[in-house]
Design a protein around this ligand. Structure first.
Ligand SMILES: Nc1nc2c(ncn2[C@@H]2O[C@H](COP(=O)(O)OP(=O)(O)OP(=O)(O)O)[C@@H](O)[C@H]2O)c(=O)[nH]1
Ligand SMILES: [Mg+2]
Length: 460
């Protein structure tokens, strides 16, 4: 699903992440790529235009978050805006307070109404503990009623049908009454498909709607039809007015345009998505999850969120200032370790970062090593942590004894720390940022983890 879009955006973000800082030109290129990717994914051009404008505006105006570097900012904003585009929050069905909840299904021929009717019954039965029933109002195709009976049986819900001679409006009224009498608390009415917006059939749909007063009119849209789906939605809305959309066939090579445009163009939320022919392939629609799926980087976003919450902005600014002056101390180091711990194990952090070679992901990083380093640093006095230069032989022996490690371990840690400080100072003098990668991207300069080895005491 969304493969092309995902690939394109992934490429764009990969390019961004390989840079430490972004120039205005970098950002322009990225925005152009995002715009093209969306257009190619068949997103309505007006939607794309507004989308790109909003992202740009936020990039310029946004208070820059300290814990995020420029590429991360863009990813976060694009993600936020994708979520907003598809609707904020999950959109639920309206359940009736008194009597059964009635759902009317509408849509073009072959969009997936009948299949989805059964899927929805199954979903509501299983996740909401409902007792659904189905009503067959498609009298134009003899096989349609049989089809609904078959899928209904497969999901274990009764199907109310009267054959092909009766009037669909009458069938709907009768079916709802019967199903109610028999104890159904959700009644889903399947209707005939239209090849195109057909006046007579549309009038019939309006008639059914008037007769049974559904709590939810759901439009079933085939995501494979791309932008066409959006114009279908607009026209259906004008004719019958619906409450929400079910997007089907998202498992195919749908380019995603419909998912991304329909809410924005019609104002009606996507309530469910269907991802296959099987009767359990229906899911509630979560805009946030869909955005991560499209960006193909749910994990990166999780990481960004974690970094945001773990790192106090003031702390970061403080640390950065000291770092620039070459005054990074064991105290700062301790703070960073605490932050790292809050974010999870080294390994889980590595696994969340994109672009980390597999060999490095697979390195067995022992978090207890971190514990050892911490123990040594904690055995230092405040004075020693602030001013490592005073740590002479006697002090080293005391620290070793206090931390339960030998003097060699203390020596190694202090040496590596000194090297790291020298390196940071050099880089800061060069006016540059720390090297890209996790460490370098964090203000305050985490030692550069992915390229390994620099973490004092880890012995690599
Ligand atoms: N791959 C895939 N196929 C689907 C999905 N939903 C429905 N289909 C298939 O699409 C075809 C049409 O589905 P139906 O449920 O008969 O569509 P309909 O809207 O009831 O069609 P009419 O009654 O003719 O208007 C069937 O072959 C379904 O199996 C989906 O999410 N993914
Ligand atoms: Mg059908």
């Amino acid at each position: 699903m969304f493969d092309t879009l995902q690939e394109k955006l992934e490429g764009t973000f990969q390019g961004l992440r390989s840079k430490g800082t972004l120039t205005e030109a970098d950002t322009d290129v990225a925005m152009r790529e995002i715009r093209l990717a969306l257009l190619e994914a068949d997103v309505n051009f007006k939607v794309v235009k507004t989308f790109v404008a909003t992202v740009k505006e936020r990039l310029v105006g946004e208070e820059v978050h300290k814990a995020l570097d420029a590429p991360q900012q863009i990813i976060k904003i694009v993600n936020d805006e994708l979520v907003r585009l598809m609707g904020t929050g999950q959109s639920k069905l309206t359940f009736s307070q008194r009597g059964p909840t009635i759902i009317l299904m509408a849509g073009l021929q072959g969009s997936g109404k009948t299949t989805t009717t059964a899927k929805l019954a199954k979903l509501l039965k299983e996740t909401e503990g409902k007792t659904p029933a189905l009503v067959a109002c498609d009298v134009y195709r003899p096989a349609a009623i049989e089809q609904l009976k078959t899928v209904g049986a497969q999901v274990g819900v009764p199907v109310y049908a009267q054959g092909t001679d009766a009037d669909p409006v009458k069938i709907a009224e009768w079916g709802v009454a019967e199903a109610t009498a028999n104890g159904a608390d959700v009644i889903i009415v399947d209707t005939a498909g239209r090849l195109d917006i057909d006046e007579a059939l549309m009038a019939e749909l309006v008639g059914i709607k008037r007769a049974i007063k559904p709590h939810n009119v759901l439009l079933v849209l085939d995501a494979m039809t791309g932008q066409e789906a959006v114009s279908v939605a607009t026209r259906f809305d004008e004719a019958v007015s619906f409450d929400g959309v079910i997007l089907t066939k998202l498992d195919g090579d749908a380019r995603g345009g419909a998912a991304l445009s329909v809410k924005s163009v019609t104002g009606k939320p996507i309530k469910f998505v269907a991802l296959g022919e099987k009767l359990d392939a229906l899911e509630y629609f979560h805009p946030d999850r869909m955005a991560s799926r499209i960006l193909g980087m749910g994990d990166v976003l999780t990481l960004i969120e974690k970094a945001e919450s773990a790192f106090e902005e003031d702390e970061a600014a403080d640390m950065e200032a000291r770092l620039k002056k070459g005054q990074f101390t064991f105290e700062d180091f301790l703070k960073q370790m605490k932050m790292l711990k809050r974010m999870g194990s080294f390994k889980s952090i590595l696994s969340m970062l994109p672009g980390i070679p597999k060999e490095i992901r697979d390195i067995d990083i022992d978090d207890s090593q971190m514990g050892r380093v911490e123990a040594i640093v904690l055995s230092m006095t405040k004075e020693e942590r602030r001013n490592p230069d005073i740590i002479d032989g006697a002090r080293r022996r005391r620290i070793a004894a206090g931390s339960g490690h030998d003097v060699q371990a203390v020596n190694a840690l202090i040496k590596q720390f000194a090297d790291m400080r020298k390196m940071m100072k050099m880089m800061m003098k060069g006016g540059g940022k720390l090297p890209p990668g996790f460490g370098g991207d964090m203000p305050g300069g985490m030692p550069n983890l992915p390229s390994g080895g620099q973490f004092p005491g880890l012995g690599r």
